[in-house]
Ligand binder design. Structure first.
Ligand SMILES: Cc1ncc(COP(=O)(O)O)c(C=O)c1O
Length: 453
């Protein structure tokens, strides 16, 4: 975005847009809107020409011949399991990933959910304990707490950042709370300054759910290295991917040694079976896929950040499209997802579903993402009806848990979300980004016609 556009204030933009002269302004003063003016005619959903056609997005997950060679090499080596060699792909990945993230230690696992559960167990959290986390996340987050037979307590969100609201986190602390599990949604940092301060004040552990947030940086540190432990996912859609995979990172040697023991069916590096633990080892093929893509990881990360900055600089000026709020101290994000809120009051009250269909017809796919928060899913009835939870928690606590399950801000985020699965698309060209901007701007300009859709 150049200086010309910066000079166009939001008020001028809204005035121009509502006076129906946005296209004129766009052609003169908003170069980043590119060819929207020429194409701003009839909406594609009403039979007009789409902004984008016959062009594909960069595909995801990523592979190139180096990834294939790496898998072939592992196949031929006959080292397919991490315990066969100290220099196999899994131990190598652990060293390289710790280095990349700026952590002292790493233990690779079979998924992000496994990484999180490993941490919960290694910290000694179990029956009767509570862990505060977000309702706006993948079910794997709470599965890690439930697998330890602890109670996931859901705190509400900041509606603009989609992250945990630290005030609500603090409100939900009880005498049984042992840890906070902040989830860095969309690959952007939570308000970690405040979350860490709350944890310190109440003597709680912090397990960062960094499943979406590879390489994101906050106040000079990579996410995953701020709390006691950090957990990553390498599931297919993530910005570093191998199908299914995960990792725990941390700086405390003893605690990370415990993570190794837990994830290795309770058997330590010293060969003694010491604690109860699942078998969550990453296999050598998964690590081979990850190592095969290593050389391009930083380049792809930087490209997504550049494209995201370009998108935000244009989209923030479209009334009714509010890019995700980033907390002060955010230096970069993984941009696993590029997220915005759709505020229908700026679009003549047109429902989000109609808006998404209209943008899709222009050749740009936006997703509503998570349909409803985890506080609205049936697992709550399931655990509250189970004798084991009735044994672990008092009747009073379980009644209060049920009564306080509401998260209205999360409901709002679910209603307003309009995001792009960004791992592949944000690797695109400037023209690809312009297509996204132009498609949304075109629908905005034609919002009065959407009632006919
Ligand atoms: C925020 C979050 N937490 C946890 C997970 C679980 O990771 P995995 O699918 O690798 O088990 C995911 C995966 O989508 C996630 O997005």
């Amino acid at each position: 975005m150049d200086g010309t556009n910066k000079n166009l204030t939001r008020r001028q933009f809204i005035a121009a847009a509502s006076a129906g002269s946005l296209a004129g302004i766009a052609s003169k003063s908003i170069p980043a809107y590119g060819n929207v003016t020429k194409k701003a005619g009839k909406l594609a959903i009403l039979g007009g020409e789409p902004v984008r056609k016959n062009r594909s997005w960069p595909r995801w997950p990523y592979w190139d011949p180096k990834v294939v060679d790496s898998v072939v090499e592992t196949t031929k080596s006959r080292i397919w399991c991490r315990i066969q060699s100290k220099s196999g792909t899994v131990p190598t990945l652990e060293k390289k990933f710790a280095e990349l993230i700026g952590a002292k230690f790493c233990v690779a696992t079979g998924s992000g959910t496994q990484a999180l559960h490993t941490c919960v167990e290694a910290l000694g959290i179990g029956p009767g304990d509570e862990v505060i986390t977000s309702p706006y996340t993948d079910p794997g987050t709470i599965a890690s707490i439930l697998s330890a037979r602890a109670l996931p307590v859901l705190a509400d969100l900041d509606t603009e950042s989609y992250q945990l609201d630290p005030d609500d986190v603090e409100r939900r602390i009880t005498e049984s709370t042992r840890a906070i599990m902040p989830v860095h949604m969309m690959g952007q940092p939570c308000d970690m300054g405040r979350i860490m301060a709350i944890a310190k004040k109440h003597n709680l552990k912090v397990i960062e759910d960094t499943a979406q947030a590879h390489l994101s940086e906050y106040r000079g540190r990579k996410l995953g290295t701020i709390g006691d432990l950090g957990c990553f996912s390498f599931q297919s859609s993530k910005t570093i991917a191998c199908g299914e995979g995960g990792a725990v990172v941390g700086n405390d040697e003893e605690l990370m040694d415990k993570c190794y023991t837990v994830h290795n069916h309770g058997t330590s590096r010293r060969g003694r079976t010491e604690v109860a633990g699942p078998k969550y080892r990453m296999n050598e093929f998964e690590a081979a896929v990850l190592l095969g893509q290593w050389s391009g990881i930083l380049e792809r990360f930087n490209r997504r950040n550049q494209n995201a900055a370009y998108l935000t600089s244009a989209l923030k000026d479209i009334p009714g499209i509010r890019p995700q709020k980033l907390y002060e101290g955010t230096a970069s994000g993984s941009y696993y997802l590029y997220a915005t809120s759709y505020l229908k009051e700026h679009f003549n009250d047109i429902e989000r579903g109609t808006f998404l269909k209209a943008v899709a017809a222009e050749g740009v796919s936006l997703s509503p993402y998570i349909a409803q928060g985890l506080h609205r899913e049936p697992w709550i009835d399931h655990i509250l009806s189970r004798p084991v939870y009735k044994k672990m928690f008092s009747e009073k606590r379980l009644r209060q848990y049920r009564e306080e399950i509401d998260c209205p801000n999360c409901d709002r985020v679910c209603r307003e979300m309009a995001m792009i699965w960004a791992s592949g698309p944000l690797l695109g060209s400037k023209r690809d980004m312009d297509d996204i901007i132009n498609a949304i701007a075109k629908v905005y300009e034609n919002r009065d016609k959407l009632s006919r859709v």
